[in-house]
Write a protein that binds this ligand. Structure first.
Ligand code: TXA
Ligand code: MG
Length: 324
């Protein structure tokens, strides 16, 4: 298949959105940037196109997709907005937070569920495309299932060139980690996936966010059932210096890619030390992909504390290392 590449530095947002929306209207697939990670999108009300997304991404059929919307009117047409949803939308949208609502639309569009996950991305190109299409866009992260998500054009080009109708080059994404997903169908908010928006921020609004145990979560959040974000080489995690020394002792002579906030003051085959949690989040997936391409034996990564953005980074690292 011929893939049209649209460069955001050469082409106006208007033109990119026009071309993309017309491809989507015909049932095509477009990869676009968001503020979190790149998404591989289809018109939410074209079930044939949506099926294609599952096929191209090799995604399990029982793992539902997020509806990306442009306006409040568009949300109202698909989901029931209760008090808690209203508060959250007002504060955080557009932004890296997905909410699960009771659905108002036919189950054939909601993967058989009576709930629907909705998000308004904070990216001009993404918003303009949805506006021009006039329908929500369903879009999972643009990576082959099980692999690290895409945070740059190079990643989507590598995974999907020749397999989709259009790829938009919007450069690096801002956050680098997917949106936080919370279920607000009941009176309290339940965290389904930690992400780029720290739950502490949501709690500042006076909303209690319930963090469910991993087993319960597997029932409620279909996406957490599957192995994720895994590079081809093994990932070993450490929390403190003692653990790091032990891992090094056990892996003498191996080619190691190191990443973390802690500066190990030692040179590995590849060493990446991040300046902040934000940088760790922004660079996490691209570093995993980079190490993967370097023919190393092992990746050693520092597991941050499960606080603020550290919660989402820990979650992705644990999944990448197969620890959960
Ligand atoms: O930042 C993001 O959220 C990115 C960008 C492209 O928007 N998208 C993304 O989509 O990460 P995906 O498909 O990789 O992850 C969607 C998550 C999955 O864990 C899925 O199970 C969950 O949202 N989800 C979708 N619909 C749901 C529903 N009705 N109930 C519970 N969980 C749902
Ligand atoms: Mg994903």
């Amino acid at each position: 298949m011929k893939t049209l590449i649209l460069e955001s530095i050469q082409t106006s947002v208007e033109e990119i959105a026009d071309k993309s929306a017309s491809i989507l209207k015909k049932g095509g697939i477009v990869i676009f940037p968001t503020e979190t990670v790149y998404g591989i999108g289809a018109d939410a009300f074209n079930t044939k196109a949506v099926d294609k997304v599952f096929e191209i991404k090799k995604r399990a059929k029982d793992n539902p997709l997020i509806f990306h919307v442009f306006s409040e009117k568009m949300i109202e047409e698909i989901g029931e907005i209760n008090q808690i949803a209203k508060k959250i939308i007002k504060e955080f949208w557009p932004g890296p937070l997905t909410i699960v609502l009771k659905s108002k639309i036919d189950k054939k569009f909601t993967f058989g569920l009576d709930t629907i996950a909705v998000r308004m991305p904070e990216n001009l190109i993404a918003l303009k495309i949805i506006e021009k299409l006039g329908n929500p866009i369903v879009a999972p992260s643009a990576n082959i299932s099980g692999k690290p998500s895409s945070t740059d054009f190079e990643h989507v080009y590598h995974d999907f060139y020749g397999k989709v109708d259009c790829i938009i080059n919007g450069g690096n994404t801002v956050y680098g980690i997917e949106s936080t997903v919370i279920d607000v169908t009941e009176r309290e908010a339940v965290l389904l996936r930690p992400g780029s928006l720290a739950i502490e921020e949501i709690e500042k609004l006076g909303i209690k966010v319930i963090i469910t145990e991993a087993i319960e979560l597997k029932k409620r959040s279909p996406g957490t059932r599957y192995r994720h974000y895994a590079p081809d080489i093994p990932v070993i995690l450490f929390q403190n210096k003692k653990e790091l020394l032990q891992i090094l002792e056990e892996n003498r002579g191996k080619k190691i890619g190191y990443m973390g906030l802690y500066n190990p003051l030692k040179t590995f085959e590849k060493t990446i030390v991040f300046k902040s949690l934000e940088e760790y989040g922004r660079m996490l997936f691209s570093t995993l992909r980079y190490f993967d391409a370097q023919k190393l034996d092992l990746i050693i990564a520092q597991l941050p504390e499960k606080k603020g953005l550290g919660r989402a980074i820990s979650d992705r690292l644990l999944r990448a290392s197969e620890a959960i």
